[in-house]
Ligand binder design. Structure first.
Ligand code: GAR
Length: 209
């Protein structure tokens, strides 16, 4: 099984969906640790309840971004993960951090990238008059929310949607998409090559009912 570390900053519902998938018989990955930059992240207790080791690296405990990332990298060196999944980790990671794990870091973003990278994605999708929204799992590269796309899922935008109602609908499909994308990467069915995500076969359905 591939050894996976999940990075969180918040409630950790995507981390839970990954942990639940990993608990299924035959799933090709296991979560060996959860790392948070926030001691208050609700996901920490959810990980511990599942017997997953947790680590907190609070940014303000370090002099700068370099020192913060160095501390996380040194913990990772001991954990020795095959794959890192960013799941609501609200921090941009540097090229130096990514390099040793290039092609092995996934992120989930709650929009149909390359539309609406960054924050407030749902409000921006509504303001743009979008009729569909969705989520994207992509390989992490230096640019924010810019890496090669592994999988996407779409949902409708409904009239009277607020950012919150849309976020909830998107989150429901995030919980299906991320485990599927982790499975593909774990089985070597998708890889990053020449700045693209290359898959051996047709991957995912683009939408979920
Ligand atoms: C998810 O919607 C995730 O896609 C988003 O934060 C939420 C975390 O929820 N990520 C980003 O916005 C990254 N820029 P969770 O903690 O319950 O998984």
């Amino acid at each position: 099984k591939k050894r996976v570390v999940v990075f969180i900053s918040g409630g950790g519902s995507n981390m839970v969906s990954l942990a639940d998938a990993c608990a299924e018989p035959g799933f090709p990955a296991e979560i060996v640790a959860v790392i948070s930059d926030k001691p208050t992240a609700g996901g920490l207790a959810k990980a511990e309840a599942r017997g997953i080791r947790t680590f907190v690296f609070e940014r303000k405990a370090y002099a700068g971004k370099v020192e913060h990332e160095a501390a996380i990298l040194s913990a990772l060196a001991d954990i020795n993960p095959d794959i890192i999944c960013l799941a609501g980790y609200m921090r941009l990671i540097s090229g130096d951090f990514i390099r040793p794990y290039e092609g092995r870091i996934l992120n989930i973003h709650p929009s149909l990238l390359p539309l609406f990278p960054g924050l407030h994605t749902h409000q921006r999708a509504i303001d743009a008059g979008m009729k569909i929204a969705g989520c994207t799992v992509h390989f992490v590269t230096e640019g924010m929310d810019e890496g090669p796309i592994v999988a996407q899922a779409a949902v409708p935008v409904i009239s009277n949607d607020t950012a919150d109602t849309l976020a909830g609908r998107v989150l429901t499909v995030e919980h299906k998409l991320y485990p599927m994308a982790l499975k593909l990467l774990s089985e070597g069915k998708v890889r990053m090559e020449g700045g693209r995500a290359v898959s051996a076969q047709a991957t995912a359905p683009a939408t979920f009912p």
